[in-house]
Design a protein around this ligand. Structure first.
Ligand code: SOE
Length: 391
C-alpha cells in the first residue's frame, strides 16, 4: 500500500482554495508515489478556518500555525499566506523536518529569501525538500515551449518579450487589500505577477537574467480600506469609509539582459484595462519564434523559419494531445485545461520528487534568484541606473 503524505496548509483564501483543489484532485488523475492526506488547514480566525476545512475538504482546522508545523502527524507544510509570513513559517517547518511548498514570490526581501534558501539546503541534507510555487511552469503549453527551446527548434535566443497584464485595481475605488500593502506583500505588480514572468522566461529559455533597468509607478496613491470580510479577495468586495496609502507599485516595466546576451522587455501591471490575466510571452530565436498568451492557455504559437517563405507563418499548436506535458492524464485531445490544472500539476511534481528523494523544481534557490531580480528592478527604478543581479 502507498504511504501517505500528511499535509498542513497555512492560509485558506484565493491561493488556499487553488491549492486545496490541487491536493484533492491530483491523486484521482495521476499515479503518485505517496497518497496526500489533507490533514489540517490553518487560519488566524478559528471559526473561519473551521468553515474553510469543511468547504475545502480538510480533516481538521487550527488557528495557530506554530503548533501545527511541529506536529508528528504532519509531513508537509503548504504555505498560502501573504509574503510577510513566508520566511518564518517555512524556516520553522523545515527545522521541524517537514517538506515545504511555499507560494510565490518566495519572500518579501532578498535577506528573507536567503535565510529560507539556507534553511532548505540544511533540510535537504536531512532528506527534507522545499519548493516554491511558480505554478504557471506547469501549464502544458509552457512545458512544450521549454521542450522546443531545449531541442534547439528556435535556435539561439535573441529577444524575450514578456508581459503580465491584469486590471483588477484599475478602478481607483477598488479596495486597499493586503496586496497593496508593502509590509505584507513586499511589492505590488512587480512581485505578485512580474515574478511569474521572470520565472517563466528563465524556465522556458533555461537562461538567467543578469542585469536590469526598470521603472515602477503607483498611479493611485490612496484607496478605501477593504472590508474585513473581503480582505483576502482580489479587487471586488466591500470597502470601508476610511482611506489609506497604497505602498506598492501599480505597474512595473524593465529591460533585461540574459546571460546568453538575449535582450528582454518585461511589463507587469494591474492597470491594463480589459486584460484579466494575460501572461504574454514571445521569444524570438535565430531559427524561429514562440508565442503564448494565458488568456488562450491551451495554445502555443510556433514560427519555424526552416519552412519555405511562401508557406511560413505562426502555427497555432493546440496543446491538448496526450503526448503534451501532463495532458495524457486528463481528457481526450481538444478538451482543454484551465487555471487550476497548473496547481494540480504542481502537487504531482512535488509529490513525485519527494517520493523519488529528488529536488522538486523550482527550488528555494530558484525563488531566491527571482527575488534578486525583483530587488534589482526596484533599486534600478529608485536610482535610475542599470543593476547587475548578484549570484
Ligand atoms: C493576483 O494578482 C494573482 O492572484 C497572483 O497573486 C497569482 O500568482 C496569479 O496566479 C493570479 O493573480
Amino acid at each position: 500500500m502507498t504511504d501517505s503524505l500528511r499535509v498542513a496548509m497555512i492560509g485558506h483564501a484565493f491561493m488556499g482554495n487553488a491549492h486545496s483543489h490541487a491536493w484533492r484532485t491530483a491523486p484521482h488523475f495521476f499515479d503518485l508515489p505517496l497518497r496526500p492526506e489533507m490533514a489540517v488547514v490553518v487560519g488566524r480566525d478559528a471559526d473561519r478556518a473551521a468553515e474553510a476545512a469543511s468547504r475545502l475538504g480538510w480533516a481538521e482546522s487550527a488557528d495557530d500555525w506554530h503548533s501545527v508545523v511541529t506536529r508528528d502527524d504532519i509531513d508537509l507544510v503548504d504555505i498560502c499566506t501573504p509574503g510577510d509570513t513566508h520566511a518564518e513559517i517555512a524556516i520553522a517547518a523545515l527545522a521541524a523536518g517537514k517538506h515545504v511548498l511555499c507560494e510565490k514570490p518566495l519572500a518579501n526581501t532578498v535577506a528573507e529569501a536567503e535565510q529560507m534558501t539556507s534553511a532548505a539546503a540544511d533540510a535537504r541534507s536531512r532528506g527534507v525538500h522545499a519548493m516554491v510555487g511558480f505554478t504557471y511552469r506547469r501549464v502544458p503549453a509552457i512545458g512544450l515551449a521549454r521542450q522546443l527551446v531545449a531541442d534547439g527548434r528556435i535556435g539561439d535566443i535573441r529577444h524575450v518579450r514578456a508581459q503580465y497584464l491584469q486590471d483588477w485595481i484599475a478602478d481607483p475605488e477598488a479596495p486597499l487589500s493586503w496586496r497593496l500593502d508593502k509590509s505584507k506583500a513586499g511589492s505590488g505588480a512587480l512581485g505578485d505577477i512580474g515574478a511569474h514572468v521572470i520565472d517563466l522566461t528563465q524556465h522556458i529559455t533555461g537562461d538567467r537574467i543578469v542585469e536590469v533597468s526598470g521603472r515602477l509607478e503607483t498611479f493611485v496613491k490612496e484607496r478605501p480600506y477593504a472590508a474585513a470580510s473581503t480582505a483576502g479577495t482580489l479587487g471586488g468586495g466591500g470597502t470601508s469609509t476610511e482611506r489609506g496609502p497604497v505602498t506598492v507599485d501599480d505597474a512595473a516595466s524593465f529591460l533585461a539582459t540574459f546571460a546568453s546576451g538575449a535582450m528582454g522587455v518585461f511589463e507587469a501591471t494591474r492597470f491594463a484595462t480589459g486584460r484579466k490575466n494575460a501572461i504574454r510571452i514571445e521569444i524570438n530565436g535565430s531559427k524561429g519564434s514562440l508565442a503564448f498568451d494565458f488568456e488562450d492557455m491551451n495554445v502555443l504559437e510556433f514560427f519555424d523559419a526552416a519552412n519555405p517563405a511562401e508557406e511560413a507563418g505562426f502555427r497555432r499548436i493546440i496543446v491538448t494531445e496526450p503526448g503534451h506535458p501532463y495532458v495524457g492524464a486528463w481528457w481526450p485531445a481538444g478538451h482543454g485545461l484551465g487555471y487550476e490544472h497548473g496547481f494540480t500539476h504542481q502537487v504531482v511534481d512535488l509529490v513525485t520528487a519527494i517520493g523519488a528523494g529528488t529536488d522538486p523544481s523550482p527550488t528555494f534557490a530558484d525563488g531566491l534568484q527571482v527575488q534578486r531580480v525583483l530587488a534589482a528592478v526596484e533599486t534600478s527604478s529608485d536610482t535610475r541606473t542599470w543593476q547587475e543581479i548578484s549570484s
